[in-house]
Design a binder for this molecule. Structure first.
Ligand code: G3P
Length: 215
């Protein structure tokens, strides 16, 4: 499983990249809006430079011409840019055209296996089911992810599945058990994944014992 960081915050990305476990980054308009005072394109270019892996940047147009224009501008920023497009009929029409031009697209706001199948059919390089937001509706996000893994794997699609809207480490574990290609995790969840009380206690004990050796 690959890990992407789900943030547009440069400090978080720098720190997570330094830990050696991050393969890419995903952003969305909400995450970018939190980084006040900087232009969207500037942020994306800096993230690409730091990560040197796939960086998802989302379009906000809803009509085909607008989506294509924004997508081409974003793709021209850096070879690592993956254009993120919400799943709509116009969005998938754009995916078909852009994938034909060699632009990698991450189809986002996916909440069902049928939506994932359509995205794969249109030529999406990635599809992003939002696990946490499905949980928020009272349905099991992981069950939907399980359906998506089943149906995508039944065929020869090259589309990679990104477990998104991850809220806690258990989402990551369950996604990994399903063989999901990628989990995109908020910085807070990434830090939680490192932690175990027995690791902390073990380090404390080793250090205390080593003090005795040094005396
Ligand atoms: O990757 C999608 C993510 O940014 C959405 O997360 O927590 O707003 O549902 P959330």
């Amino acid at each position: 499983m690959e890990f992407y960081l789900d943030t547009a915050n440069i400090d978080e990305i720098k720190e997570a990249v330094s830990w050696g476990v991050i393969n890419g980054v995903t952003t969305n308009p909400t995450l970018v809006a939190r980084e006040e005072g900087r232009s969207f394109h500037e942020i994306i270019k800096e993230i690409c430079n730091l990560v040197q892996g796939p960086v998802s940047a989302e379009v906000i147009s809803m009509d085909l011409d607008g989506i294509l224009k924004e997508a081409r501008e974003l793709a021209a920023l850096d070879p690592h840019v993956v254009v993120k497009i919400p799943i709509t009929p116009q969005g998938l029409a754009a995916v078909r055209i852009l994938s034909g031009e060699g632009v990698h697209v991450n189809v986002t706001l996916v909440f069902s296996a049928l939506q994932a199948l359509l995205a794969a059919r249109a030529g999406a390089a990635y599809v992003s089911p939002f696990i946490g937001r499905i949980d928020d509706t009272g349905q099991e996000g992981i069950d939907v992810l399980c359906d998506i893994m089943d149906v995508v794997n039944n065929y020869q699609f090259t589309t990679r599945v990104i477990a998104a809207s991850i809220r806690h480490p258990r989402h990551v574990l369950e996604s990994a058990r399903l063989g999901t290609d990628i989990a995109t995790v908020p910085f807070k969840v990434l830090k939680q994944m490192f932690r175990h009380p027995l690791t902390d206690r073990g380090i404390e004990r080793f250090l205390a014992d080593w003090e005795k050796v040094m005396k």
